[in-house]
Design a protein around this ligand. Structure first.
Ligand code: GLU
Length: 288
């Protein structure tokens, strides 16, 4: 029996498509193993995301043959759905408002960091009562309370590796609703993966650690547990992740230089991430 999956490529339109995206989209398409491959535009952060990049993204993905046939979900059109989840979690006493500034968070952290490299939040606002919890707050998940409900640190199944142990406690009280957007990546991504029936989450290794947090949300909300397939990242020689600022690796630049779509898909950096066929290499690939 051949298994097929529902996978997704979920870019944020904050710049033009580069080879890292191409590898990610191709990885998602290949990891579906003949099943459904979705594209989801993660554009809730309207300060950083631009319609111009959204349009360019679609154009470039179409050119590469990586634009799916079905509907494409745009998160900015669904904020009310994320607010409904927040309301539920709030009613269950799992969220609390926080007014700490960055400087206060850093000072209270004692130099501690979460596994994703963010400053650990020491829980200064936990248990505090605000008269009017208005727009000037962020909403945090009370992680200890959440783990008490969940009863264990939920792990996940990683393609090519097997069972991975979760470490959500080490993240502390993560933000589920940001001050500026009213939502958060963790919230939107887990909600949408469940809604779209994604059963194999395909994305870069930079999201490997935060999967622990996503698993807690999935268990809390009764959403199904997907399998995960994180792929290697294309790194700059100085160790940075390839970013949208690295124009030389941009799809538009390569296209203007005369590269065909097939050649871009077979670019050594893309092959380096994906390995031969659908085998994913977990090491980091440096640009030569
Ligand atoms: N939108 C995220 C990004 O562009 C990807 C999130 C995910 O795949 O889970 O980095």
């Amino acid at each position: 029996m051949t298994l097929s999956f529902r996978t997704r490529f979920a870019p944020s339109p904050t710049g033009y498509l580069h080879l890292g995206h191409v590898a990610s989209a191709l990885h998602a398409q290949q990891m579906a193993c003949g099943g459904a491959y979705h594209v989801r535009i993660e554009d809730c952060d309207q300060m950083r995301c631009r319609p111009l990049f959204s349009v360019a993204l679609e154009e470039d993905l179409r050119w590469l043959g990586l634009w799916p046939q079905g509907a494409v979900r745009r998160q900015s059109e669904h904020k009310h759905e994320y607010h409904a989840v927040l309301a539920q979690l709030r009613e269950r006493g799992l969220l609390y408002p926080c007014r700490c500034t960055r400087a206060e968070i850093r000072a209270a952290s004692g130099g501690r960091y979460a596994p994703d490299g963010s400053v650990y939040y020491a829980g200064s606002c936990r248990g505090r009562c605000y008269d009017a919890a208005g727009d000037s707050v962020v909403w945090r998940l009370d992680m200890q309370r959440a783990l008490d409900v969940v009863q264990e640190e939920p792990g996940w199944w990683e393609y090519g590796r097997g069972r991975i142990m979760g470490q959500a406690a080490a993240f502390g009280d993560v933000v589920l609703a940001r001050r500026d957007t009213g939502v958060s990546y963790h919230l939107c991504v887990t909600h949408d993966d469940a809604l779209l029936g994604i059963n194999r989450v395909t994305r870069g290794m930079d999201m490997f650690a935060v999967t622990s947090v996503h698993r807690v949300l999935q268990v809390l909300m009764g959403w199904p547990e997907p399998e995960y397939a994180h792929h290697a990242l294309i790194m700059e020689t100085d160790g940075r992740k390839l970013s949208k600022r690295d124009g030389a690796m941009g799809v538009r630049v390569l296209r203007a230089e005369g590269w065909s779509a097939e050649a871009v898909l077979a670019h050594p950096h893309v092959r380096c991430v994906l390995g031969d066929n659908v085998r994913v290499s977990f090491g980091r690939c440096a640009r030569d």
